[in-house]
Design a protein around this ligand. Structure first.
Ligand code: HEM
Length: 458
């Protein structure tokens, strides 16, 4: 998002630095000088005037171009920019409103359909934060399509881009692609590792990133996911058993249920550690189920407020956020310790822990702190993204009876539908997912309507 920083710096230098220095002092020099000195001074003056004119022209061009971009930058306050308006944990809503207000085709004025937005949210770091108003009104924001909106992040110009084509280029890996905006992602590093090491999500695509990315990609291959599918199935079945035992009239927090399965699957399939989340009645304060959301809230607040990590005591719940980070790091440290204790993995073990162990063994330049940050990011990225996406999908299916009927038909055609009075259906297999196109489409549509990662920073 932080675009044009250099042009803005030039603009500021030209406006603030050069002009006052040249003006008053030169008059004094000229009045007391002899002819050769006058000539030299005139030459100097001409050179300075030329340089100044060039700087002014460059600054003018830069600000002219930027000034054509609509956005709340016009109402930004000096130094702090638009940051004061964003000092809330759900600042993505403020950003969405700006995109609606200013980002319409032709620059401004487009308004979202469908009322308030129903986004699952997302933080400025490409991860999610567990709420969303859930009014089912669609994701609104169509006014933002095609849009570029200018805001001031502190004194720096920042662009909010909602144009899908431009995003394809910016987020891709080819020409025009931009690396992660380190500043915006920094709070995630602080969450994962006390040394604030970057990780797969937050690092630029440097050598360490490539090594780790290549290693971890093996864990996400179809073949490895297939090996791990029984873990997914067993936790889902356990959850279904527990929910069934509550009886038909029980009120169930489906989002919490989906988060619990997700945490168990990441722990077991990725690191061979059982968080037993599905089995918890009331998870302890230091259980990851409760630590992670506190950390995400703190990350969101730190993204919006760069002073928060520097002076945590100045801000509401600042110390609480710091403690949550420490609890999370302790837990990730425990997983790292277990990984090292287990020693070299078997040749056919391609779980995330095994792949990270291989990185450590084969690339001593990748530090332990970096690996700690990598372990953390897999929980940061995997937990609320998957949990909320699952619950948004179920929410949509539940509120669209026609879609529900079609999904039931599809499941029935494969012998996978539960029917009252009939014998239980066969167990789902991973390959069945290819034969469930309508269910897959519903999942994708839920992700389109309620993207849990709605903001990414470059
Ligand atoms: C529905 C579920 C998920 C969604 C919607 C999702 C979405 C995303 C998005 C949008 C990004 C790019 C973020 C950015 O550029 O700022 C990303 C990156 C990433 N995700 Fe996920 N994610 C999901 C599940 C997972 C899971 C289960 C894991 C691992 C356990 C995971 C691990 C990662 C990692 C490591 C990255 C950084 C990789 C890179 O930049 O190359 N994600 N995810």
């Amino acid at each position: 998002m932080a675009a044009s920083a250099t042009t803005v710096a030039a603009d500021l230098l030209a406006r603030i630095g050069v002009v006052p220095v040249v003006g008053p002092s030169l008059g004094g020099v000229l009045s007391a000088a002899r002819p050769p000195e006058v000539a030299a001074a005139l030459l100097l003056l001409a050179a300075l005037a030329l340089a100044l004119a060039r700087l002014a022209a460059a600054a003018q061009r830069a600000s002219d171009d930027l000034d054509k971009i609509p956005g709340p930058w016009r109402s930004a306050v000096p130094v702090l920019g638009n940051v004061p308006e964003c000092l809330r944990h759900d600042f993505h809503r403020v950003i969405l409103n700006w995109c609606d207000q200013f980002g319409g085709p032709g620059g401004g004025g487009g308004k979202s359909k469908g009322g308030d937005n129903g986004n699952g949210n997302g933080n400025g770091n490409g991860n999610s934060n567990g709420n969303g108003n859930g009014n089912g009104g669609g994701n609104g924001g169509n006014g933002g399509q095609g849009g570029i909106v200018r805001i001031k992040f502190l004194w720096r110009d920042t662009l909010l881009v909602t144009d899908p084509q431009a995003l394809g280029v910016i987020m891709g890996r080819g020409d025009g692609a931009l690396d992660k905006a380190a500043l915006a992602y920094a709070p995630i590093n602080g969450m994962c590792d006390p040394h604030r090491s970057p990780n797969l999500l937050t690092s630029p695509a440097d050598d360490a990133w490539k090594v780790i990315r290549k290693a971890v990609a093996v864990s996400f291959s179809f073949q490895n996911i297939k090996r791990k599918f029984p873990v997914v199935l067993s936790r889902v079945n356990e959850l279904c058993g527990r929910l069934a035992a509550l009886g038909p009239d029980a009120s169930v927090d489906v989002d919490q249920a989906a988060l619990r399965v997700t945490l168990d699957v990441i722990g077991l399939a990725g690191f061979g550690h059982d968080y037993a989340s599905v089995r918890q009645d009331t998870p302890a304060y230091d259980h990851l189920l409760r630590v992670l959301p506190r950390c995400f809230t703190e990350v969101m607040l730190r993204v919006a407020n760069p002073l928060r990590p520097v002076f945590p005591r100045w801000f509401k719940n600042g110390p609480k956020g710091e403690i949550a980070f420490k609890m999370f790091q302790k837990e990730m440290g425990m997983l790292l310790h277990q990984m090292k204790e287990r020693g070299p993995p078997d040749d056919d073990d391609h779980d995330i822990a095994a792949q990270l162990y291989r990185v450590m063994a084969e690339h001593p330049e990748v530090s332990e702190a970096r690996v700690l940050s990598e372990i953390g990011i897999l929980f940061v990225e995997g937990f609320e993204t998957t949990g909320h996406t699952t619950s948004w999908t179920l929410f949509n299916i539940a509120t669209h009876p026609e879609a529900q009927r079609r999904i039931a038909e599809e499941l029935d055609s494969l012998g996978l539908l539960w029917k009252a009075g009939a014998p239980p259906p066969r167990e789902l297999e991973l390959d069945d997912l290819k034969r469930l196109p309508f269910l897959s489409a519903c999942t994708k549509e839920a992700m389109r309507m309620f993207p849990v990662v709605s903001i990414m920073a470059r």
